[in-house]
Design a protein around this ligand. Structure first.
Ligand code: GLC
Length: 528
C-alpha cells in the first residue's frame, strides 16, 4: 500500500509571533497586524520561511486570545481583516507562509454559540458545549481546571454547570456533536481559502473527555484533583483526529502542527506519521524537565541535571523518528525564556549560553520553531507583585501554590520562574537593530543557523543518532542522510571538555575552535 505519510512542512523554518508584544505600528503600546507586516523584512533576513501567528481573532482576551468569540473576525486591538489579508499577501511576496493558531477545544463564553446555549436550553447550541446538572447539591466532580479552580462553573439561576478545561470564560466544545464539528471544519476551509498554509492546533488532545467519575482523590489542599487524566489523551480521541484529517487537513493540503502535551509515545501514530492527523507535533516530554510529576504545578520544582534533560531529548528524537516528524522548540508563549530555564545563574546567561542552546535544538530532526525574541537572547523579567501579571495561568498557579502551603513570597518566586508573561514582554527593536550590526550577536548566530539548515539537506532529511561518549554535560548527536554525516556537539559545562577523534569540516561554531576541545558553552557543527 502506498504510504500516506504527510511530509508537508519539513523544510520550513518557523517563527512564532505573539502579536500583542511583537511590534506596535500605531503607538498604543500593543503590537498589531500592521506591525507584523512592517517586520517582514527583518524576518526574511533572519531566514525564516513561515510564521505562526498566535490568536488574533475577536476575543475578550481573558486568556490573551485563546478565548475566541468569533473565528471569522479580527480583534480590533490587532487590526482589521483587510490588514490580515494584506499581511498574508505581503508575506507571500517575500516567500513567507502563514500559519494561524487554531483553537478547537473551546470558545469564549462570549461566542455566539455559547450565548445562544445559555439563553435557550432547547437550542441546538446547548449540545455544542458540555452541561451537567447538580449531583446531590455538589458540582458533578472535583476536577481542577488547568488554570486553577473547578472545571465546573454554575449557570446562574439554574442547578446546572458547564464544563471548562481552562478558564471559566473558555467553555469546552462538545466534540461528540457532529454538527458542531462540521461548523469547525467549515471555518478551517474558509481560512485556507484566504491563502494561509496551515495551522498550529491548540490543546488538541483535550477534545475527548471522560467525565463519568465524580469524586476523585484530591491531589492538593483545595480538595481538587488534576483534570488531565480525564480530559487529555482520552481513549477514543483517534476517531475525531481521523475525521478531521479526512474532512479538512488532507483535502486542503494544510501544514499542521499539533500542541499535544503528554501523548504517550505508544500513541504517536494518532498524531503523526502514515495515518496521523498532523504534519508534525510538538513533543513536550522534554519541556517541563524542571517540574515534578505531571500535574504541572509551578511550585513543585525538581532538581535536574543536563544529563537527565539530554536523555529526555534523545528519547523524544528516537521515538518520533520511528513514526513521523516533530516541531522543534525551546521556547514558546507558554514557557519562560530558555536561557533562564537552563542557566538559573545570572552570570551564566551570556551570548555563549543563548547560542549553545540554539545550536543544541536547531539541528535536531524536525522543523525548527523560533519564538519571538529568542533570536535576540531575551531573558525573563522579574515582577514584584502578583498584580503585575497579565496572565490567567500565573494568577491561578499563585492561588494553587498558596493553597498548597507556600508563603506569598515563595509563591511569587515560583510564579516568576515559570510565568508565561516572561515570554510576552514587548520586543525591544532598538536592541534588534543593534544586534543586526553586530557579527557576534545572538541574532547573527541565528542567521548563520538558518542559512546552514537551508544549505545542508542532510539537516532536513538525515536520520538522528545520539552520542553519549563526550561526557555527561555534552549534548552530541549526528545527522546522516546516507551521503553526508553532520555532528553537533554542545558543551553545557563550565569546564573545557576534551573531544577525541573528531575531525571534519567546521560548519558553525559560537566560539573560536581549538582542535580536540570544546570550550565552556561551545557549540560546534562538523561535517564528516
Ligand atoms: C494552549 C495555549 C495556551 C492557552 C491554552 C488554552 O496551551 O498554548 O496559551 O492558554 O492552550 O487555549
Amino acid at each position: 500500500m502506498q504510504s500516506m505519510e504527510n511530509y508537508r512542512g519539513r523544510e520550513e523554518i518557523v517563527y512564532q509571533v505573539y502579536p500583542k508584544s511583537f511590534c506596535d505600528s500605531d503607538g498604543d503600546d500593543i503590537g498589531d497586524l500592521k506591525g507584523i507586516t512592517e517586520k517582514l523584512g527583518y524576518l526574511k533576513d533572519l531566514g525564516i520561511t513561515m510564521l505562526w501567528i498566535c490568536p488574533v481573532y475577536a476575543s475578550p482576551m481573558d486568556d490573551n486570545g485563546y478565548d475566541i468569540s468569533d473565528y471569522y473576525s479580527m480583534n480590533p486591538m490587532f487590526g482589521t481583516m483587510d490588514e490580515m489579508e494584506q499581511l498574508i499577501h505581503e508575506a507571500g511576496r517575500k516567500g513567507i507562509k502563514i500559519m494561524m493558531d487554531l483553537v478547537l477545544n473551546h470558545t469564549s463564553d462570549e461566542h455566539e454559540w455559547f450565548r445562544k446555549a445559555l439563553a435557550d436550553p432547547q437550542s441546538k447550541y446547548r449540545d455544542y458545549y458540555i452541561f451537567e446538572t447538580l449531583q446531590n447539591g455538589c458540582p458533578p466532580s472535583n476536577l481542577r481546571s488547568v488554570f486553577g479552580g473547578s472545571v465546573w462553573e454554575p449557570v446562574p439561576g439554574t442547578d446546572e454547570y458547564y464544563f471548562h478545561s481552562f478558564s471559566k470564560k473558555q467553555p469546552d466544545l462538545n466534540w461528540e456533536n457532529k454538527e458542531m464539528r462540521s461548523e469547525l471544519y467549515e471555518m478551517i476551509r474558509w481560512w485556507m481559502n484566504k491563502g494561509i498554509a496551515g495551522f498550529r492546533v491548540d490543546a488538541i488532545n483535550f477534545i475527548k473527555k471522560d467525565l463519568n467519575a465524580s469524586v476523585i482523590k484530591p491531589d492538593g489542599k483545595d480538595g481538587l484533583a488534576s483534570c488531565f487524566p480525564y480530559t487529555r489523551n482520552v481513549e477514543g480521541i483517534q476517531k475525531f483526529l481521523k475525521e478531521m484529517r479526512k474532512e479538512v487537513f488532507e483535502p486542503c493540503g494544510c501544514i499542521t502542527v499539533s500542541e499535544a502535551v503528554d501523548v504517550p509515545y505508544s500513541e504517536l501514530g494518532n498524531y503523526i506519521g502514515d495515518q496521523g492527523c498532523f504534519s508534525m507535533m510538538f513533543d513536550f516530554h522534554y519541556t517541563n524537565f524542571d517540574l515534578e510529576g505531571n500535574d504541572e504545578k509551578w511550585h513543585k520544582r525538581k532538581d535536574w541535571t543536563m544529563e537527565e534533560f539530554r536523555e529526555l531529548l534523545f528519547e523524544s528524537q528516537e521515538e518520533i523518528q520511528k513514526t513521523g516528524w516533530q516541531g522543534l522548540f525551546i521556547e514558546n508563549h507558554d514557557q519562560p525564556r530558555a536561557v533562564n530555564k537552563f542557566f538559573p545563574f545570572k552570570e551564566d546567561q551570556t551570548y555563549e549560553a543563548s547560542t549553545v542552546l540554539a545550536g543544541m535544538y536547531f539541528f535536531l530532526r524536525g522543523t525548527p520553531f523560533i519564538y519571538q525574541g529568542q533570536e535576540l537572547g531575551v531573558k525573563n523579567v522579574w515582577r514584584d507583585s502578583i498584580e503585575s501579571f497579565d496572565d490567567i495561568e500565573s494568577r491561578g498557579q499563585y492561588e494553587t501554590a498558596l493553597s498548597d502551603g507556600c508563603t506569598k513570597e515563595e509563591a511569587l518566586y515560583y510564579i516568576n520562574l515559570r510565568s508565561r508573561d516572561n515570554a510576552r514582554q514587548m520586543i525591544d527593536w532598538e536592541e534588534a537593530g543593534r544586534q543586526e550590526n553586530d557579527k557576534k550577536s545572538v541574532l547573527s548566530f541565528y542567521k548563520e543557523m538558518t542559512a546552514l539548515r537551508k544549505r545542508e539537506s542532510c539537516l532536513v532529511q538525515g536520520s538522528f543518532k545520539p552520542h553519549r561518549e563526550y561526557g555527561k554535560d555534552v549534548v552530541a548527536y549526528e545527522r546522516n542522510d546516507g551521503f553526508t554525516r553532520i555532528l553537533v556537539l554542545c558543551n553545557f559545562s563550565k569546564i573545557r571538555q576534551e573531544i577525541k577523534n573528531v575531525d571534519g569540516k567546521i560548519l558553525l561554531s559560537n566560539q573560536p575552535v581549538i582542535q580536540g576541545f570544546l570550550e565552556p558553552f561551545q557549540v560546534i557543527v562538523i561535517k564528516k
